[in-house]
Design a binder for this molecule. Structure first.
Ligand code: GLN
Length: 311
């Protein structure tokens, strides 16, 4: 057995190394409510499979999980419709920005993968089958609360509204796909649900807890229940590794070597299978819309713990 790394020490070291750089990067100003967030905040949580919680910095401050919710949308859509979802969305890295429109036309309205906006909008359409928008939102928040074992998790209504008000680009994607029959419910219903999923607010600790089943073959190591099968957990991790950082997914795999999903709120959820779930939050983004210091912090953590899916 390799020695268990001293995670608290590693987290303190990461914090001390990065603190002179806090504030680097740019917030996502296309969602006005996110533009108001103080970029100098930084938090990180590592939850290991033995149930231990390691925190540093602003790990107990709630932030907007944004596209990290796409992992939950995918998990729920797979639970509801099984592998047939892959008739509606691809599973290839896009090599394009998260909100790109060009690829959709060339590929007849079928999004490349479930983690670009167009793909997550299709997942949302699937979650609406047999549900009102209100029920679909309720289903998501119940799922998140049960995974995190925390009834206190809420949707930030101000963020949802802010996105609704400025979401023309997502509306363009959705109408375009509706024209192809790639989404089947009314566009305003689908986007209403999509924006609310993105607006879930969580702390690093809650987010890492939510993702812990993905580090443990689909089972919750603390509560003991099965969330998804082992093969499904592997496949969700595979999607995160190949598509979780949009046109920076290759670079993230190279530098960090773990499945990860970013959001424009500045959060990243990373999974070290067999070891831990990790959440990091630093609101400043790089040009690809991923947390700038968040990915540096994960690179440092992976180096120091030796955690990698590549051996
Ligand atoms: N809600 C955001 C959007 O639709 C999510 C994008 C992201 O986090 N990358 O644009």
């Amino acid at each position: 057995m390799p020695e268990q790394p001293d995670i608290d020490h590693i987290l303190r070291e990461i914090y001390a190394t990065l603190s002179p750089r806090f504030g680097e990067g740019k917030v996502a100003d296309y969602i006005p409510q996110l533009a108001r967030v103080d970029t100098r905040q930084f938090g990180m949580a590592v939850l290991t499979l033995d149930g231990a919680t390691h925190l540093v910095g602003d790990a107990e401050t709630a932030f907007s999980i944004q596209s990290i919710s796409k992992v939950l949308m995918l998990t729920l859509a797979l639970g509801k419709h099984g592998e047939s979802i892959w008739n509606r969305v691809g599973r290839e890295p896009s090599g394009s920005a998260f909100n790109s429109i060009v690829q959709l036309e060339a590929e007849h309205g079928i999004p490349r993968n479930p983690f670009i906006n167009a793909g997550a909008i299709v997942m949302t359409d699937l979650l609406l089958a047999g549900h009102t928008p209100r029920e679909a939102i309720g289903e998501m928040i119940r799922f998140v609360r049960s995974l995190a074992d925390d009834e206190g998790i809420v949707i930030d209504q101000a963020v949802a509204k802010s996105e609704q008000a400025t979401g023309d680009r997502n509306r363009a994607l959705a109408y375009f796909m509706h024209a192809y029959g790639a989404i089947r419910h009314p566009v305003d219903h689908v986007l209403g649900v999509y924006f609310h999923h993105c607006a879930v607010a969580m702390t690093c600790r809650q987010l890492a807890r939510t993702g812990l089943f993905l580090a443990n073959d689909g089972r919750d190591p603390v509560g003991g229940g099965s969330v998804v099968s082992r093969s499904r957990a592997r496949r969700i991790n595979a999607m995160m590794l190949t598509c979780g950082h949009y046109d920076q997914s290759g670079d993230f795999a190279y530098r960090v070597g773990l499945p990860g999903k970013s959001g424009v709120g500045g959060g990243i959820l990373a999974i070290a299978p067999g070891h831990a779930a990790i959440a990091v939050w630093s609101p400043g983004l790089n040009a690809q819309g991923n947390s700038l210091l968040g990915s540096v912090a994960l690179e440092m953590l992976a180096q120091r713990t030796g955690w990698s899916v590549f051996g």
